[in-house]
Design a protein around this ligand. Structure first.
Ligand code: ATP
Ligand code: MG
Length: 781
């Protein structure tokens, strides 16, 4: 055991070996919080203070849960698979699988992911005849999930005005629809588990006795409901409940927009009467310049609990900053820097490209693709969310649960079987009248429509019959053929990739069966090793306590698909550059990190700027981003960017003003006219000789590179215009005003007519090239 804690520093060791009482470890990024939490689990078990079955640990992502299990099994000779380590959603799902009766759910209930939920809401709004301009489906979804995250059922929602009354009614109808379909959305998993614990004394006391230690990572991002759930599970302190070990960092609270409540840290200390508060101040992750940047930036936030971070790793490389003229140039620069890192010996997977919003990944992806560099985008459209895979899953869901109307509607006419929209409307009306699932309303219809629908039902029934006795991967393969999906994509011109993804689904099923052991189930032997109590609720691993029935591999696989979204699929273990949003990078670390799109309006995001707390949350997000890097950090921005079909002219992110100048190295000084704006050195950059030409901004007649091409001298006047007449009446040396960049002076003009560009040196923002047919420049006298 001592080996476990020997490598820790004294504060970490103190945290790991705290007595069995509620504790909070409050510490900055990279200080070893997650490591401490994992080591504590190992320490508690190996010192005999608790059996593996007495531990419940909550992580923020599935990836983190897997890593924790891997680390644990390396430290301890125990089977960790059956342990209760997972995300809030994962653990609640497991709980509901064991208590589906009390939860009022069918045993094989399916999970609606975000897309399915939206489809289900759209269907409902249509059935209710709700004007979707007045109540856009996404807004309704946001409302329902928001209410659930606060623990509110439709009857609890405060509805003072007609608008919110109608939303509450829609919420009520949505619940009825989910019950009828036998499905649960993500937020429902948590809310229903919470309600069972709250209302069912026997179950509550069982779990309170079972779990002796509850450990929570990333505590700052728990929402209200998650906090209440933990409270139910832990029980009051004096009643021999579990003790809670929470680790968190208030500076990394980045989910307020989704209901996370950093105030939970205060509430926790008070309500759980936390006796042990430990701060960790040594950072083991990042080199000095990187850490200084993070510390200096976050000091700009007003409300903080106050922590310091130091490193003994040395200053390391400065943070490199690049201001590109365009998003394409930014991506090109990134490729060059990545190639350099690879030459220095870094592996692809130790390089991360981060951005504030998914929409920013497209140009970079294109550049990586063209450069032939392997990359992997997290959180974009993930494997199980691809259309063809969702179609296949819908067939599988119907095999499992014919009442699943969302799945029914997705594939009833896919591949096309001549079932028209009108027939489906009639079917939905009939089902509503009878209050039955769609599949049970078919006989109410007549004519050709009814015959085609019946043929579809027969097809599903036949598939169910034919696959009753075969293995899961064979079952999936059979359904792909029998449903006509494979044939459909074979016909399609661009269908090859989709066929490959469907094949990958068969592989995923095979891997699931062999490696995961169905993911939800531990073998009897494993359960015994875990010390699971032989009591009436022992069936917490997907086995029905009343009948001993286990979850079918198919149900378990479908659950896995909904909860894990397939981050592990379609990757084939390739060593690839990691691309993700800053939110998705939480808790992770990489040797080299690029933070791109550092422009006002993008990062900090424009939606956040109007709210008082908004900018502080964006700053915490930036703090998270910076602290992912171990050795190298790169920051970049683009002066112009195509986004959502529009060209945007962006200012530098305010965060550059908040970073320590001595830790930054501006690379863009090499780019005359594109850099500048910060400090004397950068301001003077416009007068440098250009060394880099930027295709998108270099005119065909360019003489870029000649020393005469910049500066105030008359020699700087170039371009093809012999007449000297310019639109906008601009001339070299003219003072101008731009409504975003403010006042400046025209340095040079290039091009003709529509294509005219001006280089303007702005007083506050340095020199920039502007396309005059877009940029609004007003001459100032
Ligand atoms: P974050 O806030 O980003 O989640 P964290 O506080 O959870 O960070 P960890 O991920 O646990 O930090 O640790 C950061 C890195 O430092 C890891 O690579 C970890 O293995 C390493 N580390 C932590 N403590 C020590 C130690 N005592 N000796 C050596 N390395 C350590
Ligand atoms: Mg961590």
């Amino acid at each position: 055991m001592s080996a476990l804690i020997q490598q820790l520093n004294p504060e970490q060791r103190a945290a790991v070996t705290l007595p069995a009482e509620n504790a909070l470890i409050l510490a900055g990024a990279g200080s070893g919080k997650t490591r401490v939490l994992t080591t504590r689990i190992a320490w508690l078990i190996s010192t005999g203070q608790v059996t593996p079955a007495g531990i419940l640990a909550v992580t923020f992502t599935n990836k983190a849960a897997k890593e924790m299990m891997a680390r644990l099994s390396a430290q301890l000779p125990i089977p960790v698979r059956g342990m209760w380590i997972g995300t809030f959603h994962g653990l609640c799902n497991r709980f509901l699988r064991a208590h589906w009766r009390e939860a009022g759910l069918p045993q094989t209930f399916q999970i609606l992911d975000i897309q399915d939920q939206l489809a289900s809401i759209k269907r409902l709004l249509k059935a209710l005849n709700v004007d979707d301009e007045r109540h856009p489906p996404k807004q309704v979804q946001w409302f329902i999930n928001g209410a659930k995250d606060q623990g509110l059922r439709p009857g609890d929602v405060e509805a003072r005005d007609p608008q919110s009354r109608q939303l509450a009614e829609i919420y009520l109808a949505y619940e009825a629809q989910c019950t009828r379909d036998g499905v649960a959305d993500f937020a429902e998993l948590l809310l229903r588990s919470y309600e069972i614990l709250r209302d069912n004394a026997a179950i509550r006391s069982h779990y309170r006795q079972r779990f002796r230690h509850i450990l929570v990572d990333e505590f700052q991002d728990t929402n209200r409901l998650q906090y209440q759930w933990l409270k139910q599970l832990a029980g009051p302190e004096d009643a021999q409940g579990a003790c809670v070990f929470a680790v968190g960092d208030d500076d990394q609270s980045i989910y307020a927009f989704r209901g996370a409540h950093a105030g939970n840290m205060d509430d926790y200390q008070r309500e759980f009467r936390v006796r042990h508060l430990i701060k960790l101040e040594r950072n083991y992750r990042s080199h000095g310049h990187i850490l200084d940047s993070a510390n200096t930036l976050i000091a700009n936030n007003a409300r903080r609990l106050g922590k310091n971070l130091r490193t003994e790793a040395g200053a390391g490389e400065p943070v490199r900053v690049f201001e590109a003229p365009s998003d394409y140039a930014e991506a090109q620069w990134l490729i060059e820097e990545i190639r350099q890192l690879l030459r220095e010996g870094l592996v692809h997977s130790e390089i991360a490209v981060l951005y504030r919003a998914n929409a920013l990944s497209r140009v970079i992806e294109g550049a990586l693709f063209n450069a032939g560099l392997p990359y992997r985008v997290y959180g974009g459209l993930r494997f199980f969310e691809r259309a063809e895979v969702k179609h296949a899953l819908a067939y599988l869901r119907l095999l499992d649960n014919p009442q699943d109307d969302t799945a029914f509607l997705r594939v009833v006419n896919f591949p096309a079987r001549g079932i028209g929209a009108r027939t489906l409307e009639q079917l939905q009306d009939a089902a509503r009248l009878r209050a039955t699932p769609l599949s049970e309303a078919v006989d109410a219809l007549g004519g050709r429509g009814a015959a085609s629908l019946q043929a579809f039902l027969d097809l599903v029934a036949q598939m169910r019959f034919q696959t009753a006795a075969i293995s899961l991967p064979e079952l999936v393969r059979h359904v792909l053929e029998a449903s006509g999906l494979n044939a459909h994509y074979r016909e399609e011109r661009e269908g090859q990739e989709r066929l490959e993804n469907l094949e990958e689904l068969v592989n995923a099923a095979a891997a699931f069966v062999t490696q995961e052991g169905f993911g939800l189930q531990a073998t009897a032997q494993q359960r015994q090793a875990l010390g699971a109590a032989p009591d009436s609720f022992a069936a917490t691993d997907g086995i029905d306590p009343a009948t001993g029935e286990t979850l079918s591999p198919l149900t378990a696989f479908l659950t896995h698909a909904a909860l894990e979204a397939g981050d592990n699929q379609a990757q084939n273990g390739q060593d690839a550059i990691q691309m993700m949003t800053v939110h998705a990078a939480k808790g992770l670390e990489f040797d080299a990190v690029f933070i791109t799109g550092l422009e006002e309006g993008l990062f900090p995001h424009e939606n956040a700027l109007s709210e008082t707390d908004g900018v502080e949350e964006e700053r915490r997000l930036m703090y998270v981003a910076i602290t992912r890097a171990r050795k190298r950090l790169y920051l970049s921005l683009a002066q112009t960017r195509m986004l959502h079909g529009q060209t945007r002219y962006n200012l530098r992110s305010r965060f550059f003003d908040e970073l320590p100048a001595e830790s930054l190295k501006w690379l863009s000084a090499k780019l005359p006219g594109f850099g500048g704006g910060f400090g004397a050195d950068q301001h003077s950059s416009w007068s440098y000789t250009p060394k880099v030409s930027v295709p998108s901004f270099t005119p065909a007649t360019s003489n870029a590179g000649s020393p005469s091409s910049t500066g105030f001298s008359p020699a700087g006047v170039r371009g093809a215009s012999s007449s000297g007449a310019r639109p906008h009446g601009l001339r070299i040396g003219q003072a101008v005003f731009h409504n975003k960049f403010g006042e400046g002076v025209v340095l040079s003009l290039e091009g003709n007519g529509e294509d005219t560009r001006a280089q303007v040196k702005f007083n506050r923002h340095g020199a920039k090239w502007l396309a005059l047919n877009i940029a609004k420049l007003t001459p100032v006298n």
